[in-house]
Write a protein that binds this ligand. Structure first.
Ligand code: ZN
Length: 159
């Protein structure tokens, strides 16, 4: 099997690598992401995945990096060099961006880069939604399908 020709559809940012040890990674990262993984054990996991071809380091062109850096400035976003690198890679190579970082997701939205957050509760907080039971009016701050108190289906509302 020739792993060097394998093409992935996903790219991971550091937040996802750090917070989802149990997830089977298959996709790209960048050098910046690898550098940001300081934890020794996790670093070994990532290096192992790089060795067996589950993860690959993707090079990013200076042109795309400049483009992202400019948008970052225009929108007064506070992205790190690694964040910019990840966005540039996703943009340049048409990848699905795996990130739970809200600042990165913002820029991804502007550029129509498809993204997925792994940590659901973080997204829910950012969207400022609450979940409320229409029957007994019990409020839940995090997503819930069925009300604990009365078994009614919960509805989503803006907080
Ligand atoms: Zn209820």
């Amino acid at each position: 099997m020739n792993e060097t020709t394998k093409k992935f559809t996903r790219i991971y940012d550091t937040s996802v690598i750090l917070h989802s040890l149990d997830i089977m990674f298959e996709g790209y990262i960048t050098k910046g992401v690898l550098n940001e993984v300081k934890d020794e054990i996790l670093r070994e996991v990532v290096r192992g995945s790089l060795r067996n071809g589950k993860l690959k380091i993707l090079e990013v062109s200076e042109d795309s990096k400049r483009k992202i850096a400019k948008i970052n400035n225009d929108f007064a976003n506070n992205l790190s060099q690694t964040d910019i690198e990840i966005l540039a890679a996703a943009y340049e190579h048409n990848l699905n961006l795996m990130t739970s970082d809200f600042a990165i997701q913002n820029i991804a939205k502007i550029l129509n880069i498809p993204y997925e957050g792994i940590v659901e509760s973080v997204n829910e907080k950012i969207n400022k939604f609450i979940y409320i039971c229409p029957a007994c009016e019990k409020i839940y701050k995090q997503y819930k399908k069925i009300c604990d108190a009365c078994g009614t289906e919960i509805i989503k509302k803006e907080a």
